[in-house]
Design a protein around this ligand. Structure first.
Ligand code: CP
Length: 321
């Protein structure tokens, strides 16, 4: 059902809501398209006219630093007109429903919504109810999905490791509440890595973890052994409704990434984190700022990958300049 709504009849990207149902060819096309945009930040003129005349509305009902700004920058570099709604000062605070907000913005002849929302399924809901010419991009919905984050992570992995086949990847921390982990796991498996390990205390793993195509582990030394990529996640306290841990210091002792623990991974392993990072909770500063960290490269890559996704979605509508 999700594949049906995300793709045109020709199999092109129309909305980008989840990695689920997308095949290796499409994910690779996104990465290859992003590659063509990646060098642009070095150019004197950082713009291409691909989305000239198009209007993109950023609707962030949840806070964001990286995703919102890189989407804004990506749209600007594609020459689109961008509106970033301030939800706190919008009519949402007067009780306007999500659908009424969407229909009012539609009346202004916009072409794309980039949506972040605390409710899982919000972007999918908007895609189902919006006008047929409008594309919807999911910028993170509840615990469900953060597909553009997963794709910029895949781009960063490919940049460093060249191919996915044969890689062992460990995702560490609060898997239970992480939309990023869910999207990364789908993308990694679709792109053909050898092994995805998830390392976490039992309280921070989903009940259905065994059906997710991962190897669940509870010990960092064992879990990091010989891996090529380590992805750290923060504790998502905003989604915790009870106590999942004895304390942050105990979590750091058992699951925090330190230089000593990182030695278990391959010598050329890369360390990733979607951000925001919590130093001394899930990652030591010496690792976050260390030679194996690619955390800020992930942020840079977010612009090119979001340019790729937005331009592909608009092209499939056949209405680009
Ligand atoms: N990685 C990520 O989604 O960060 P923001 O919440 O700052 O957008």
């Amino acid at each position: 059902m999700t594949r049906h709504i995300q793709l045109t009849e020709q199999g092109k990207l129309k909305h980008f809501l989840t990695i689920e149902g997308l095949d290796k060819e499409l994910l690779t096309e996104i990465l290859d398209t992003a590659e063509s945009f990646a060098g642009m930040s070095e150019h004197q003129v950082k713009k291409v006219p691909l989305l000239r005349g198009k209007t993109i509305v950023n609707l962030f009902f949840e806070n964001s630093t990286r995703t919102r700004t890189t989407f804004e920058l990506a749209a600007t570099r594609l020459s689109a007109d961008v509106l970033s709604m301030n939800i706190a000062t919008s009519a949402t605070s007067k009780g306007e429903s999500l659908l009424d907000t969407i229909h009012n913005l539609e009346a202004m002849h916009v072409d794309m919504f980039v949506v972040r929302h605390a409710l899982s399924g919000a972007a999918h809901f908007i895609a189902q109810h919006t006008a047929p010419h409008i594309s919807v991009i999911n910028a993170g919905d509840g615990q469900h999905a953060h597909p553009t984050q997963a794709m910029l992570d895949m781009f960063t992995i490919r940049q460093h490791k060249k191919q996915f086949v044969g890689l062992k990847v460990a995702i560490v921390g609060d898997i239970l509440h992480s939309r990023v982990a869910r999207s990364q796991i789908l993308a990694l498996n679709t792109l053909g890595v050898s092994e995805v390990r998830v390392i976490a205390p039992k309280t921070l793993l989903p009940a259905q973890v065994k059906t997710m195509g991962v190897i669940p582990m509870h010990d960092m030394d064992e879990g990091l052994d010989d891996v090529d990529v380590v992805i750290m996640l923060r504790l998502q306290k905003e989604r915790m409704n009870s106590a999942f841990l004895p304390s942050e210091s105990e979590f750091f002792r058992c699951f925090g990434l330190t230089e000593a623990k990182l030695k278990r991974a391959k010598a050329d392993a890369i360390v990733m984190h979607p951000g925001p990072i919590n130093r001394g909770v899930e990652i030591a500063s010496s690792v976050a700022d260390g030679p194996q960290s690619v955390i800020l490269q992930q942020v840079s890559n977010g612009v090119a990958v979001r340019m790729a996704i937005m331009s592909m979605a608009m092209h499939s509508q056949g209405g680009v300049a």
